[in-house]
Design a protein around this ligand. Structure first.
Ligand code: DX5
Ligand code: ZN
Length: 217
């Protein structure tokens, strides 16, 4: 199976968001990665429910929503209604992660768990079979355009081993500092999906950049 590409709209042109959504629709990308930040869990504020509802009207591909917010369990139904297909919460933001994942799945969404760079894979030992997708943060969440943290490659390998041993079908997605070089190393380490923001939207030909990422093997 080819690698799943999820362009992050955080680096899109918000004055012309419709054009960037059309570009992703026409491209070889698989999902739209939407970053929600609350200014508490991360030191930045992005966009929220009304913007996602509008994106959902135009996007022809699944919405991969990454919640960088505290107490994400309070907003699961609202993100479902806004159009999320995959809803990812941070492990560090959930006291009752198991309950939160069950709630996400009860709406028919795929349930994702994101790990900050300092959070070890072994925290997932007892819950991996309940997770549809693990999002490994390869930068500290909050901003686009940061450099890839190299130790993330080892985390992908450890996670791949855990998934294999547990017999689960959890997907591994990686977010932060992804370009064709880091993307290549990530695919070799076992990543199933790559998020890319600045590398796609700051490139001269974003559709071509998406195609180049999609061809990584
Ligand atoms: C960072 C976000 C990312 C961000 C990635 O907190 O979760 O999705 O858009 O941006 P790049 O690809 O530029 O590192
Ligand atoms: Zn993200």
């Amino acid at each position: 199976m080819s690698v799943i590409i999820s362009p992050s709209l955080l680096s899109a042109d918000f004055l012309n968001l419709g054009q960037d959504i059309d570009m992703v629709n026409k491209s070889k990308a698989d999902w739209f990665h939407l970053d929600v930040m609350d200014g508490v869990f991360v030191p930045n504020i992005s966009y929220g429910l009304p913007v996602i509802s509008q994106i959902n009207k135009k996007a022809t591909k699944p919405l991969d929503v990454h919640l960088m917010i505290v107490q994400p369990e309070r907003y699961i139904e609202q993100f479902f209604k806004a159009g999320a297909d995959i809803l990812t919460v941070h492990l560090e933001a959930c006291t009752h992660l198991h309950r939160t994942l069950q709630c996400i799945k009860s709406f028919g969404m795929k349930a994702g768990v994101a790990l900050n760079p300092h959070t070890a894979i072994h925290n997932l030992d007892d819950i991996i079979t309940d997770i549809d997708l693990v999002l490994i943060m390869s930068v500290n969440p909050g901003f686009g355009g940061q450099s890839f943290i190299e130790t993330s490659l080892n985390k992908v390998k450890k996670l791949k081993k855990l998934i294999r041993e547990s017999g689960s079908e959890t997907l591994i997605e990686v977010d932060g500092g992804v370009n064709t070089e880091t993307g290549q190393a990530l695919v070799e380490a076992g990543a199933d999906a790559l998020v890319a923001g600045s590398f796609v939207f700051n490139s001269p030909d974003p559709q071509e950049t998406i195609r180049a990422l999609k061809e990584l093997k």
